[in-house]
Design a protein around this ligand. Structure first.
Ligand code: ADP
Length: 159
């Protein structure tokens, strides 16, 4: 039996924090499915296609990582993919309240699917895609927080 987990998010754009979580999950599961949420309400900087392309490039050499997008309920995507575990990252206590609410809501919709949480390496614990977009927009250096391909995409987007 292959063990798999689904890691959902907006990934606007993917950061070393997200990548760290995926790498940790790959030590625990045979396969990680990254579910990229359309999330139009959040008005992402990168289009869904751009976000998918960046994640695909980052994990191009890893056949244990599968990428898909979704615009409906996460729980429906998990059911469709036959995945029983949802993965989320926890950076700080401040993430916890929102994440707990989400996990409980998902469990109330589908009791057989559980959410697990992983924490990133300390050097990524204070970064968010949101902060990276803001720093980039102000011409700050985010090369410590995103892979070169994402850095390039950010520069193109902002200029
Ligand atoms: P969402 O819009 O669903 O919050 P994100 O792309 O911002 O999507 O995040 C997806 C998941 O990755 C969330 O569980 C978030 O807490 C986690 N995450 C984001 N940045 C980091 C980080 N630097 N370290 C660990 N987890 C992170």
């Amino acid at each position: 039996m292959t063990t798999k987990v689904i890691y959902p998010g907006t990934f606007d754009p993917i950061t070393y924090g997200h990548i760290d979580i995926v790498e940790r999950a790959l030590r625990l599961f045979d396969k990680v499915i990254i579910g990229i949420a359309q999330n139009a309400a959040k008005k992402p900087l990168f289009t869904l296609e751009e976000r998918i392309a960046l994640v695909e490039k980052v994990f191009a050499n890893n056949n244990k990582v599968q990428i898909c997008s979704f615009s409906g309920l996460l729980i429906d995507l998990a059911r469709e993919k036959n995945v029983m575990v949802i993965l989320r990252g926890l950076r700080a206590i401040s993430d916890f309240e929102y994440e707990l609410q989400l996990a409980n809501l998902n469990r109330s919709m589908e009791p057989k699917i559980d959410t697990i949480f992983l924490t990133p390496a300390e050097q990524y614990a204070y970064i968010s895609a949101n902060m990276i977009r803001e720093i980039s927009a102000l011409n700050g250096d985010v090369s410590k927080f995103v892979p070169p391909i994402v850095l390039k995409a950010l520069k193109n987007k902002i200029s």
